[in-house]
Design a protein around this ligand. Structure first.
Ligand SMILES: [Zn+2]
Length: 73
């Protein structure tokens, strides 16, 4: 299935902030290190945000659960 780009910056400021803080880094094996350069997309019906770990720079992916509303342009 194709990856569909979404606009992370259309989210509320608060939501953006919490997604940027609540991360899991596979490399550091630590939660909530934070990420930069968020990129939101939808793949196979799941919404994910890719970013870079603030500590090591590795790509971290956050999967967003419980979001069933349609994306409105
Ligand atoms: Zn890391």
């Amino acid at each position: 299935m194709d990856k569909q780009q979404r606009d992370f910056y259309q989210r509320d400021q608060e939501e953006q902030a919490s997604f940027l803080e609540q991360t899991w880094c596979n490399k550091c094996q630590e939660v909530d290190l934070g990420m930069t350069d968020p990129e939101e997309y939808e793949l196979d019906g799941k919404v994910c945000i890719d970013g870079k770990c603030k500590k090591c720079g590795e790509t971290v992916t956050t999967e967003i659960f419980g979001e069933d509303e349609e994306w409105e342009e």
